[in-house]
Write a protein that binds this ligand. Structure first.
Ligand SMILES: Nc1ncnc2c1ncn2[C@@H]1O[C@H](COP(=O)(O)OP(=O)(O)OP(=O)(O)O)[C@@H](O)[C@H]1O
Length: 344
């Protein structure tokens, strides 16, 4: 590969040492056309190296930018990406496991903002998977917050997919932007309403969803008795879901437009009461900090803050290790050196 630019080397074991380093680094390499090597990939995890979701995510980025990718094999601990121009059109990828489509979205969305025209991405895998945003987090929290950067994207959920089968499908459509506006999310305001969604799919009985919703409602009403609360209880239609799954997501809106969430997924052997309480307690914990971005939104904002034309400011609670890692990687791949100052 001929390139006039030197390859920047990122240490995949840094801080969090997980897949997020790879997603941020490869997305920024794609946008900036900075050739990239990531080594010691996921060294912080029990099974290091590329797993299906990371591999498919990288291959999608490489397809988007018509680049050259080396080391793209399952288990690989080092990859190199030579990015070219980001193209428009339709792309389809399939993780073939319950690997999260939301994490595919995490790495590809920043890239398609700088494509030569509109892009449609069909992403197949898990839509409501553990250790990742649920697809509902992306549509109910991330998408409205992205509008503050001047980004509008469509996200159609064709089918939901859960652990272990996956099989979910979402279609993300977005047109390129000229530039991203910086955001200011520093005023919490006051809590105005809470809404959410408790779901079951496949052969999980409806009472599980009702129990999760009831327990969450009780906990939220104890703390915020005056705040309107509406948790939808849903049985996913069989043609819109693959396999069995259950979970809940809760979102609170404030008078200044902040959106904070709490969520949980059901698992065999975990009572529905515990799942509902876990989501409600996560939301209450996020609200107690007066933060404008919750613990899971923080790190997703970093890449867009780094790409925006100007200084963004976001009031957070405790800064997570994911966020610290994202800041360090974004600073290495962009000319931005003061991302930290944007977080208070
Ligand atoms: N409950 C949740 N709600 C929203 N986002 C979440 C939630 N749990 C995790 N995330 C987000 O999912 C991402 C997970 O990144 P991480 O590097 O841990 O993932 P990964 O690719 O699965 O890698 P690894 O297997 O190496 O951990 C982070 O952006 C994190 O904020």
């Amino acid at each position: 590969m001929t390139t006039s630019r030197s390859v920047i080397r990122i240490d995949g074991s840094y801080l969090e040492g997980g897949g997020q380093i790879l997603r941020i680094a490869s997305a920024l390499s794609c946008v900036t056309k900075q050739p990239l090597t990531v080594d010691k990939i996921r060294a912080g995890r029990s099974k290091p190296g590329l797993r299906a979701q990371h591999l498919v995510g990288l291959q999608l980025i490489n397809d988007l930018c018509q680049g050259q990718l080396e080391g793209d094999e399952q288990g690989s601990t080092e990859i190199t990406l030579f990015a070219e121009n980001i193209t428009s059109g339709s792309f389809m990828v399939d993780v073939k496991t319950a690997g999260s489509v939301c994490l595919l979205m995490q790495s590809s969305l920043p890239c398609i903002l700088y494509a030569s025209g509109p892009v449609s991405l069909t992403l197949k895998g898990g839509t409501n998977a553990d250790m990742a945003p649920q697809i509902d987090f992306q549509t109910m929290v991330l998408r409205p917050v992205m509008e503050r950067f001047g980004v509008k994207f469509d996200c159609e959920i064709i089918k939901r997919g859960y652990f272990p089968k996956g099989g979910g499908e979402v279609v993300v459509k977005c047109s390129p932007v000229k530039s991203l506006q910086p955001i200011d999310m520093t005023e919490f305001g006051s809590v105005t309403k809470t809404y959410g969604r408790a779901f079951v799919a496949g052969n999980i009985p409806m009472r599980v969803a009702h129990t999760m919703a009831r327990v969450a409602e009780d906990l939220l009403r104890q703390q915020y008795p005056e705040v309107p609360l509406n948790i939808e209880v849903v049985k996913e239609p069989d043609h819109k879901a693959v396999g069995n799954g259950t979970g809940i997501i809760l979102v609170t809106e404030t008078s200044t437009g902040c959106l904070l969430a709490g969520s949980a997924l059901g698992r065999r052997g975990v009572p529905a009461e515990e799942v509902g309480a876990s989501a409600a307690n996560e939301l209450l914990q996020n609200l107690s900090t007066g933060a404008c971005a919750d613990q899971h939104l923080q790190d997703q904002l970093v890449i867009f803050m780094a790409l925006a034309q100007g200084k963004s400011r976001v009031k957070c609670g405790e800064i997570t290790l994911h966020t610290k890692t994202a800041i360090a990687i974004a600073e290495q791949l962009t000319k931005v050196s003061n991302l930290w100052d944007g977080f208070s």
